[in-house]
Design a protein around this ligand. Sequence first.
Ligand SMILES: [Zn+2]
Length: 260
Amino acid sequence: MQEQVEKIAEWIVTSKRVVVFVGAGLSTESGIPDFRSPGGVWDKYDPEDFYFQKFMASEASREKYWQMATEMYEPMKRAQPNSAHLVIAEMEKLGKLDCIITQNIDGLHLKAGNSPDKIIELHGTAMSVSCMRCWQRYDRDEIQEQIRKGIKVPYCDDCGGPLKPSTISFGQAMPERETEEAYHRSSTSDLFIVIGSSLVVHPAASMPLVAKRNGAKLVIINRDPTPCDDIADVVIHGQAGPTMTAILNQVKKGLRDCRF
Ligand SMILES: [Zn+2]
């Protein structure tokens, strides 16, 4: 693995636009359950009940949604960035990060110290709540406090519209601006690093292909094989935290020695 680590470090040092693409595997290393895994929240609740259209259609659906969302939020709020998040924050400090494209909704890159303008959240964020009528945003904790006090479905102070966590629900369109920006950054990157994503959820999974087609080197760091392993320049099957820490050490060494 040392050889691959050195290769990736060399590319980080010599590349101009490094895009990091992350998925659920990064969050699980911070103790956040992968909600799609066995034993996850979707074993207990039926995803069919949480389609966006149902949420908009009935008070009973909204109540059920908030019950599930509150349960999912608790472990997320407690979670702390792991060493891979910290390495990605360090890459920004070193001037070695164009942006992070994330499929996660846990806000951990912000907690780790990355700037908001470096983070593209493809599936939204659980850290805030949006009005589904006027798009006014609220802090998630404020709304959770209302729920704790017994309010079953929160509504907008301004317009009375229903509030929902600012995440992309089943049946809800992907955010246009973020998706476009993510494709744009993928196509202009010269090094595209996938961390902790199984690359099966579309359209996100096509971004490594876009990057590769436009000449970027493609690196995949994931516990299990992915459908893009065949076209990647380097693949490491392992945990994100220790792998990224080893890579950062080499990057720092490279920058210090001007070896590359
Ligand atoms: Zn509103």
